[in-house]
Design a protein around this ligand. Structure first.
Ligand code: 26A
Length: 338
């Protein structure tokens, strides 16, 4: 039913302090790719703080959450990505399996499974991804294989976080054009400010194929700045993004911007609507890592059932609220959503 493709990462999560963020030049709330100056962050984190290892990777998180909401059938969600031949890769595979997700990994022997340092301070989290093997996803060696492409063709809804633009924009284009041809929804997430800033060409190529565009308030603001929207008003930004040219005119684009505890903004071409999130006491928040992914997972679980927009949003708010009460993007045994 649901197809996702992205970077399978093992999250290494800890509550850190401001000194640690400063040492590696991190903002309290951000998502970035690791570079030279982050080389020691993983080891340093393990040495200095009490760390937790959790299944991560943005799209894979959303697939796990969507599958959890869907329940039966098992393997309603399929996920493609690249891992290494190591213990982290095996852990990711096991977590996907436990979640009922049909994870079909490309396996490379030339790099270690990707990981992501999740540096939690209060309600904020700063993510530093070392893609490693995830960066080795090759369209011709995986997506194009007949048995894999058959799964793509079968799906009803497609979701790929913008993060994958740094790895295989061609794979994303192949899925996006198929979706348009078959009049099925292709959903994209802005994922992080650095993508609108540094992957503008890839984003521009994909946007005409995007039926549902997700993002949060920071990503929306950066996207608007990069595209010269000349406004900081999130409702106006959602309207302008909604109105960008579209390939498949049979399906009006939906733009969905979350804003943490503030209402979710949705533009559908006719109007902009605001949807309040579920209330939560600050002391009930464990960490916000994965909240956005969980929102998307909940939303998609209802989109595949062709539920009305209100129901998709309500499910997204429920899954996000569930995940922020827990460490990382993890879930209780069964959903309590009615
Ligand atoms: C390319 N980058 C930077 C990334 C990521 C990423 N997933 C894919 N690509 N950077 C962080 N993440 C994941 O985002 C989740 C929280 O939204 C982390 O692994 C984390 O599980």
């Amino acid at each position: 039913m649901l197809f996702g493709m992205g970077n399978p990462l093992l999250d290494i999560s800890a509550i850190v302090d401001k000194d640690f963020l400063d040492k590696y030049g991190l903002k309290a709330n951000d998502q970035i790719l690791a570079d030279e100056k982050h080389k020691e962050i993983f080891e340093d984190m393990v040495k200095r703080f009490s760390v937790e290892y959790l299944a991560g990777g943005s799209t894979q998180n959303s697939m796990r959450v969507a599958q959890w909401m869907i329940g039966h059938p098992c393997k309603a969600a399929t996920f493609f990505g690249c891992v290494g031949e190591d213990a982290f890769g095996a852990t990711l595979r096991r977590k996907a399996e436990e979640a009922g997700v049909d994870a079909r990994y490309q396996v490379t022997s030339s790099a270690a499974t990707g990981s992501c340092a999740v540096c939690v301070t209060g309600d904020n989290r700063s993510l530093v991804a070392n893609l490693a093997a995830a960066n080795g996803y090759v369209k011709e060696q995986h997506l194009d294989l007949p048995e894999n492409w058959a799964l793509v063709q079968k799906a009803r809804v497609y979701y790929i976080a913008g993060f994958f633009m740094t790895v295989s924009p061609d794979s994303m284009m192949a899925v996006a054009t198929l979706a348009a041809k078959q009049n099925k929804p292709f959903c994209l997430n802005l994922s992080a400010p650095f993508l609108a800033q540094h992957y503008g060409a890839e984003l521009s190529r994909l946007l005409p194929y995007v039926d549902v565009l997700f993002g949060n308030e920071t990503e929306a603001a950066t996207f608007a700045r990069e595209r010269g929207f000349e406004t900081e008003d999130i409702e106006v930004i959602s309207k302008k993004a909604q109105a960008l040219p579209k390939q498949n005119t049979a399906r009006p684009r939906l733009v969905v911007f979350t804003q943490g505890k503030d209402p979710t903004v949705v533009a559908n071409g006719k109007e902009v609507r605001l949807f309040s999130v579920l209330p939560i006491k600050p002391e009930e928040i464990i960490d916000t890592n994965g909240a956005g992914d969980a929102f998307v997972g909940g939303f998609l679980s209802k989109l595949v059932m062709e539920c009305p927009l209100e129901e998709c949003i309500r499910a997204g708010h429920y899954t996000a609220n569930t995940v922020i009460r827990r460490s990382g993007c993890t879930l209780p045994a069964l959903p309590d959503f009615h």
